[in-house]
Design a protein around this ligand. Structure first.
Ligand SMILES: *Cc1c(COP(=O)(O)O)cnc(C)c1O
Length: 399
């Protein structure tokens, strides 16, 4: 098939849920990929923060294919080794007590919500009505019904009513509003089971939460036994220069969800359960057919072995600083938000969507996040690739 046939058949046969750019990538290695005409692109998007080690990292691909040729799947009614190795590794790195494996970010968040409600049910009883989940305005938690209900953006809520009961939204930065919503009383410690935050709102426009606000939220959660759920689907797995973004805030959430970067390009989600929720799930309480897939987990172990290394994470920070420095010299750039290699750029005159399109024409792949231009490069992008990609991007901004 050539590119025109692919485009035509995509329109004809694939559900029209994605506005696609005029590019079909054929292959890639490291942070460089090629279209069917052999044109080269530097990837500053990692998919959307998914390809943590770039395209087709040899050791990662070796781990996946090695496992594929050994055992590709066995049902969760049996033990398998890669998922145990991955869970142990996640526990060693993050201090979580147990892990539930899912297949996506939305599904990980569904699991976190279920774990939080089960914790509250077990401890306070159904009659307490202590089941509400509070999330932030401008958040993004995924497209399945509970994750979508949790998503605090009206634009995603069109069409699909009714949503789930027991979700409420507060504005980030306003502790007074949060306290009001909690309806604390001494019998039940209020009616709220959990608060979900993204330390840096990704789809919301790369908006980092204020340090003091996050600290205050964590204190309230601790005091009233409300679970703090950190949605680290985008910020986790080294993206911000620490393994979890919570480390930048000095916060350990009760439950953390991971997905995007964890599988290095294959679908996996994880619910990291802390002390309080480690044992809320018993047999039959939750599950998913593909969770903990051996091949994906074997690849994820390789990802974690590489990324959890201190010098690797320092490299993520340094490359982030380098990008900021290059961008700060450009008149078109008003400011750059974010941490590590999760960056949102506010432009002076250009529309970010136009810059992304021009980037594709000029051999560099970037993203938007709301009105900002967003960069999520592979964490192991080489300095050579990064310089080349930024040169192309900055050229566009200067014209
Ligand atoms: C992408 C994203 C999700 C949804 O992940 P899917 O794998 O698309 O379901 C949830 N939360 C955050 C913060 C995300 O960035």
């Amino acid at each position: 098939m050539n590119i025109n046939e692919i485009k035509q058949k995509d329109t004809e046969y694939v559900a029209n849920t994605y506005p696609r750019y005029d590019l079909c990538v054929e292959k890639g290695l490291s942070s460089t990929c090629y279209d069917f005409d052999g044109k080269e692109y530097i990837d500053l998007s990692s998919g959307i923060g998914v390809n943590s080690l770039g395209f087709c990292d040899p050791a990662w691909a070796g781990a996946v294919t090695g496992q594929l040729n050994t055992l590709q799947h066995m049902s969760n009614l049996f033990y398998t080794s890669p998922c145990v190795r991955l869970a142990e590794k996640l526990s060693e790195i993050t201090g979580c007590k147990k892990v539930f494996f899912a297949n996506s970010g939305a599904e990980a968040n569904e699991g976190a919500i279920k774990a939080a409600r089960k914790y509250s049910f077990d401890k306070y009883g159904a009659e307490s009505g202590r089941n509400r989940i509070i999330t932030l305005v401008n958040s993004f938690h995924g497209r399945t019904m509970a994750a979508l209900t949790a998503t605090g953006q009206e634009s995603f809520h069109n069409f699909f009513f009714p949503f789930l009961e027991g979700f409420e939204y507060v504005n980030a930065g306003n502790i007074g509003e949060l306290k009001e919503k909690l309806e604390i009383d001494i019998l039940t410690n209020g009616s709220c089971a959990a608060i979900i935050i993204e330390y840096i709102q990704g789809e919301g426009g790369v908006v980092p939460l204020d340090y003091d606000y996050v600290k205050a939220v964590a204190e309230i959660c601790e005091k009233y036994d409300i679970l703090l759920i950190a949605d680290e689907v985008q910020t986790g797995v080294g993206r911000t220069g620490t393994f979890l973004a919570g480390e930048n805030y000095g916060i350990k959430a009760d439950i953390t969800t991971l997905a995007k970067g964890l599988g290095g390009g294959l679908p996996i989600g994880a619910v990291l359960l802390g002390e309080k929720t480690a044992d809320v799930f018993g047999p039959g309480h939750h599950g998913t057919t593909f969770g903990g897939n051996p091949a994906i987990c074997a690849g994820a172990v390789e990802i974690l072995n590489r990324i959890s290394d201190e010098s690797f994470l320092a490299g993520v920070k340094n490359k982030g600083d380098y990008i900021r420095k290059r961008l700060s010299e450009i008149d078109e750039v008003i400011k750059t938000d974010g941490m590590g290699l999760m960056l949102g750029i506010t432009l002076k005159t250009k529309k970010s969507a136009d810059v992304v399109k021009a980037g594709i024409e000029n051999g560099v792949i970037t993203l938007t996040a709301k009105e900002k231009l967003r960069l999520l490069p592979p964490l192991n992008i080489t300095m050579g690739e990064l310089e080349k990609g930024l040169d192309r991007l900055i050229n566009i901004m200067k014209n």
